[in-house]
Design a protein around this ligand. Sequence first.
Ligand SMILES: C[S@@+](CC[C@H](N)C(=O)[O-])C[C@H]1O[C@@H](n2cnc3c(N)ncnc32)[C@H](O)[C@@H]1O
Length: 296
Amino acid sequence: MSENNVNRENPSKMAEGMAMQRFGESVKPEDERICYDPYAVHFISPEIIKFGREHPKEAKVKVEQMEKLFPGLSSSIMARVRYFDDFTKKSIEEGIEQVVIMGAGYDTRAYRIEELKDIKVFEVDHPGTQSFKIQKIGEIFGSLPDHVVYVPVDFEKDTLGQKLLDNGYDSSKKTLFIMEGLIMYIPPKAVAKTLLFIVENSGKGSHVIFDYYPESVVDGTCKLEIGTNIRNHVAEQGEPLQFGIKEEKIEDFLTEFGFSRVQNVTSEDYKDLYFHGKNENRDVCELLYFAHALVK
Ligand SMILES: C[S@@+](CC[C@H](N)C(=O)[O-])C[C@H]1O[C@@H](n2cnc3c(N)ncnc32)[C@H](O)[C@@H]1O
C-alpha cells in the first residue's frame, strides 16, 4: 500500500463490486432490471459466485445488510450504468468518432453495445486492474476485439495525454469521455489534469460524462449516516475517496475548465427516468450525482 493507504497493486475491489452489482441486476427478469450486462459475471471471483449458488439465503442476507448500510446506493449505481449507456447510444447517433473510458474497470460497453463495435474505444485503467480484464476478455471472446485499445495508466503517476496519444488517440476527433465511478477515487490534481486534457485535446462536439459525490462525503462532514458509511467502506477496501464537488457548484466547476452546456443529474431526476412499475418503490441515494457537459 502507498502512503495514503491506496492499494492498486491488485485488481480493484471496487471494480469487482461494480461488476457484482451489474450481475445482480442482470439476472432479474427483463421488466424488472434497470440495466443489463451479460458479461459482468466473468469479473466476479469464482468463490463469490459459488457462495451465491450454494447459499442463496445467506447471500440474500448479505445483500440486505449492504442495503441497510447504503440505502438506495445500489439502485443509484444501476441507474448510473443505464444513464451512461443511454448517453453513449445517443452520442453514437450524434456521430461520435471515438470513445475514451477512463477508470474502465470491468466496464463492458465496448463489447455489449453493438453500435460501439465500429468505433475506436480506448479503455484507460490502472495496470493492476487492466491486466486482469484483458485476460478475462480474451477468455470470454477467444481474442481481443480490434476496436478496443487498452491504455494502462496510473492517474496519480502517469501523463494520461501522452499515453493516449502514444496509443493512437486522435485529438481532432469528436470524442465521448466516460468516467464512471472514477473521479471520487483520484486526487483533485489528477481530476483537474484529466479535465484539462479533455478540454485541450478533443474535437468539436466532444462530451464528458461522469458521476460524483458532494465534497462533504469525501471530507467527512456529511451529516447523513450513509455518507459516513460510504467513506469508511471504500477506505476499508484500500480505495479511499479523494475528490468531491461542492454542493450546487458543478456548473461553476466545469465552466471554469471551459466546458459548456453543463447538465447535473440528481437522484430525483434518475428516479423519475427509470424507476417505474415494479421498480417504483426502490430507493435511490441522494448523494450520487451524474454530470455531463460539452467540450466545445
Ligand atoms: C469503482 S471502479 C469503477 C469501474 C468501472 N468504471 C465501473 O463503473 O464499473 C474504479 C476504477 O477506477 C480505477 N482507478 C482508480 N484509481 C486509479 C488510478 N489512480 N489510476 C488508474 N485507474 C484508477 C480502478 O482501477 C477501477 O477500475
